[in-house]
Design a protein around this ligand. Structure first.
Ligand code: AMP
Length: 625
């Protein structure tokens, strides 16, 4: 909940490729999608490191081609996963930045910053993007922001959700709630349609973004937004379509020029950017050209691609999207003809073939494109943030209920997953299941918690484990209760207890595989503050250098100008010349680093006071000249 003095609560759509931030504008009773300093409503989820500074957003993406190894993106594809995850292994081959295995198999990103190698947790990278989004909101609101609702793909599992909350904490945010992206989009859609929603409406949200794919079936009635079922793939989206095009062109280039660019990260990065642009173009034309000057060994790259070829390259993934739609409707036990509206969300939902397949699946039904697919998720998150803040007038009152995307249970017998909470159960939920010991005189049992849909526990993902001890010596079959609870954020906690003669033993899941510890988070918060301090220092130095440069320019210009020159005394000219020399030397030294900011700032101040009268005279002369 927002506390007094903590300012407005914001909604953040933390995307794989782009992020977006929004806020409820109390003065106008509406949501504002906030523009960044470049005037864009979406900000690339990119972070870059150089010898001088850290860059986030557009600035990071813009320099990606020249600094590929130290430009990190796709953190959302890594978050909450293990380094040995086969999906990650595949991605790694395409990423120009290095990812290594850290403690507990956690992926660590390796970059060079200030000339030194630095290992970063994925949560840290995501926290940097979140910090940027917070700063964008703070600049717009002109006040500090602490509270936020962050969205995640509906299909994110427990560790991915927890890791996202940790990223928010490291960014210094109070994460009021994690909500699912399609549910947030449904809020945006539902509010627009509100007047027509007195009757129950079934809304199908199709959300195909840069890195993830989610579908959700909701019913909306009055203020109640109820998710009936959800399905998806946390590793399917626009980037995969880009990759297919890159792979295709790498082969074409090899065939034509006998050169292989596969191992050259700079060339691959430049080719990928060109492919992403071509992919967007193919959403409105049927043929386009991909051109990259001097792509590899001085050879220009110029190939054309048709929409048909692009579709052929990606058809299996497009079909997978439609299979997922079918699965979601089956889970909800709803016939496709009962769906009132099919709503498109996420940048990749603009792909004509995807729209065509979806429309065919829904038997020619018109697809709803009225909400902005890039902004709808942040919009919904901001409405939820305003509601959770409380006390804000005129925020549309709505009640959300979501579902858990994956089944949750424990290991029993040799390798069986016993489901306690089946997928698509409405959350928050608490459920207790009775089990018994399987051997005589067991004083302790290991409880292993799994998530997934496979019958064999080992085919699913192990979330964590804990030991329930203190069981009195009894024959096998001694009763135990295991309780699963999922909160509003979709986060799970598990406890177990055994009751004999009124005695009770209860333990909450502690061995949370792969999650950052409280100490680590504390350390990373301090590290984030250090990063920010360094960013500030860099900006201060850049400003001082800029002022010096400005002075040098003005002084030189004044000396070159005959009219002004004639109005300056020889003493003033002498002063200007020696100041130019000193300032130029300082600037050169500043560019080569060793000069302290204070030295630069002091000299700027010195110039200011020394030349105020002269500069005033020059400015005046310029004004008349
Ligand atoms: P999102 O995560 O929703 O911001 O979606 C970003 C993804 O949408 C990126 O992979 C973009 O390349 C993709 N995208 C944006 N516009 C288009 C378009 N017109 N056609 C195809 N893909 C697009």
């Amino acid at each position: 909940m927002a506390k007094n003095g903590e300012g407005c609560a914001i909604g953040i759509d933390l995307g794989t490729t782009y992020s977006c931030v929004a806020v409820w504008k109390e003065t106008e009773d509406r949501i504002e999608i906030i523009q960044n300093e470049q005037g864009n409503k979406i900000t690339p989820s990119f972070v870059a490191f150089t010898d001088d500074q850290r860059l986030i957003g557009d600035a990071a993406k813009n320099q990606a081609a020249t600094n590929p190894e130290n430009t990190v993106f796709d953190a959302k594809r890594l978050i909450g996963r293990k380094h040995s995850d086969p999906i990650i292994k595949n991605d790694m081959m395409l990423w120009p930045f290095k990812v290594i295995a850290g403690v507990d198999d956690k992926p660590m990103i390796v970059v060079k910053y200030h000339g030194k190698e630095k290992h970063l947790f994925v949560e840290e990278i995501s926290s940097m993007v979140l910090t940027k989004m917070r700063e964008i909101a703070e600049a717009y609101l002109e006040s500090p922001v602490k509270n936020a609702v962050i969205t995640v793909p509906a299909y994110f599992n427990d560790s991915q959700r927890k890791a996202t909350i940790d990223a928010g904490t490291i960014a210094g945010l109070n994460v009021m709630r994690i909500i699912n992206e399609p549910t947030a989009a449904a809020i945006a859609y539902g509010l627009e349609k509100r007047t027509n929603c007195e009757e129950e409406r079934s809304i199908f949200i199709f959300d195909l973004g840069g890195g993830t794919f989610d579908v959700s079936l909701l019913t909306i009635k009055g203020k109640d937004f109820k998710v009936q079922a959800t399905a998806g793939n946390t590793h399917l989206g626009g980037e995969d379509f880009d990759n297919r095009m890159v792979e295709y062109f790498v082969e074409e280039f090899k065939r034509k020029s006998k050169l292989d660019i596969a191992g050259n990260s700079k060339a691959l990065r430049r080719l990928r950017s060109a492919c992403e642009r071509a992919k967007r173009t193919l959403s409105w034309t049927t043929c386009t050209t991909v051109e990259v000057d001097s792509l590899f060994q001085g050879i220009d790259f110029c190939f054309s691609i048709t929409r048909a070829r692009f579709e052929e390259l990606n058809m299996n993934m497009f079909r997978e999207c439609i299979e997922t739609v079918d699965k979601c409707l089956n889970d909800a036990k709803m016939d496709k003809s009962s769906v009132h509206d099919v709503v498109l969300v996420g940048g990749s939902s603009r792909i004509p073939k995807v729209q065509e397949l979806l429309q065919d699946f829904f038997k020619g039904k018109d697809l709803c494109k009225s909400i902005n697919p890039d902004e709808a998720v942040a919009y919904g998150a901001a409405v939820q943030a305003a509601l959770l803040s409380g006390g804000i007038k005129n925020v549309p009152n709505l009640v959300l209920s979501d579902v858990t995307p994956l089944s949750l249970g424990i290991l029993v017998q040799v390798d069986i997953m016993s489901v306690v909470i089946p997928r698509n159960t409405t959350t928050p939920v608490k459920k207790t299941e009775g089990y018994t010991t399987d051997r005589d005189n067991l004083s302790r049992v290991l409880i292993e918690v799994y998530e997934g849909e496979r019958a064999r526990a080992s085919d699913n993902s192990l979330l964590g484990s804990f030991v329930l001890s203190g069981i009195p010596p009894t024959p096998r079959g001694h009763p135990l209760d295991v309780c699963f609870a999922i909160d509003e954020n979709g986060i799970l906690s598990v406890s177990a207890k055994e009751k004999t003669n009124g005695s009770k033993n209860e333990i909450t899941i502690t061995n949370d595989k792969g999650r950052l510890s409280t100490e680590e988070i504390k350390r990373l918060i301090q590290e984030a503050q250090r990063f920010q301090a360094e960013d500030k220092k860099f900006l201060r130095k850049a400003n001082a250098m800029n002022s010096l440069d400005d002075y040098i320019y003005k002084m030189k210009k004044s000396l070159k100008n005959d009219y002004i020159n004639s109005k300056l005394s020889s003493e003033e000219k002498e002063k200007i010349s020696s100041a130019i020399t000193k300032a130029t030397n300082l600037l050169d030294a500043g560019n080569n680093k060793p000069v302290e900011i204070e030295v630069l700032e002091d000299y700027v101040k010195e110039l200011e006071s020394m030349f105020k009268p002269i500069v005033g005279k020059i400015d005046l002369l310029f004004a008349f000249y």
